[in-house]
Design a protein around this ligand. Sequence first.
Ligand code: TXA
Ligand code: MG
Length: 320
Amino acid sequence: MPDNQDNILKNAVNLLNDGKLVAFPTETVYGLGADASNLQAVEAVFKAKGRPQNHPLIIHLSNMLAMSEWARDVPDLAWQLAETFWPGPLTLVLPKHTRVLPAVTGGQDTVALRVPNHPITLKLLTLFGGGLVGPSANRFGRISPTSATDVEEELGDKVSLILDGGRCSVGLESTIVYVTNEYIQILRRGMIHEEVIASKISVPILLDQTQAIITPGMSVSHYAPLNRVHLVLSKYFNNYIDKLIKLDKTPSVLSFMPKPEGFNILWHQVNLDFTEYARNLYSNLRHLDKSGCTDIVVELPPNQIHWAAILDRLKRAAAC
Ligand code: TXA
Ligand code: MG
């Protein structure tokens, strides 16, 4: 962001007050921002994304105290989680306050809230003073954007302003948890995983996404590139690619291994570092998708808790 950041943010607030859409950076992915209290603005978000209206939106707040303006009967546990993890990549689903527009929650009685950890967006939220809905700033079903350029590519003609906050540091969408005083339930995996949460709180953590609460917008084939994605175990990897090539396909590859001799294809080698992998996953998929390939072949990451959110997104990308 250039020196005149204050002016840009003032302009962003004016646009938001006028019901316009402003894309904002967060530590996870870029959000498509609009005033959560303005029905027309919220409707414009659904329209811009091509998103079904029963898929609820997360409301972004500048600080945890604002939680009680948007949720009712906030459990102590939610305050504890907010205190521990906000600002950060955790979204809390709570009983909604009457002021929350039904359009935001897809008609549900719960609302999803989060304080994102990005200096520009925290300033924007503070200056704006209200809540901002912020679905990932991509067209429905596509890969979430992790840079301002990605947003431009996805929704450039639909937003009034894109706030450029550089590359997202986490790179995967926030962990979403439904919170009660008796238990919490993970509705979407993210880089704050259940063991991290369990180390801070003492109630049971449910992982079964089918129980107790509906989560529209968790369709299996989400976060998808245009080309088919194949997830392949390391031991079958090179054979698998060989077979695709023999079938006249042009695979592009994301692998922990170096490119073997004789393969004349785009081969992107990555490190076995889950933080770095998550940060770059979506930009890597975008890059491979644009490479003129017919298929994207991804080596399965390790089956470990630190990789669980990454694996979740890869499975969704491969599920089309
Ligand atoms: O990291 C993130 O969460 C990003 C950044 C921009 O904050 N936002 C994001 O929003 O990923 P979106 O709209 O792409 O995904 C939000 C998910 C939806 O899949 C929806 O199912 C879930 O949040 N959600 C929202 N409100 C909910 C509710 N009341 N109950 C259950 N799930 C909810
Ligand atoms: Mg999304």
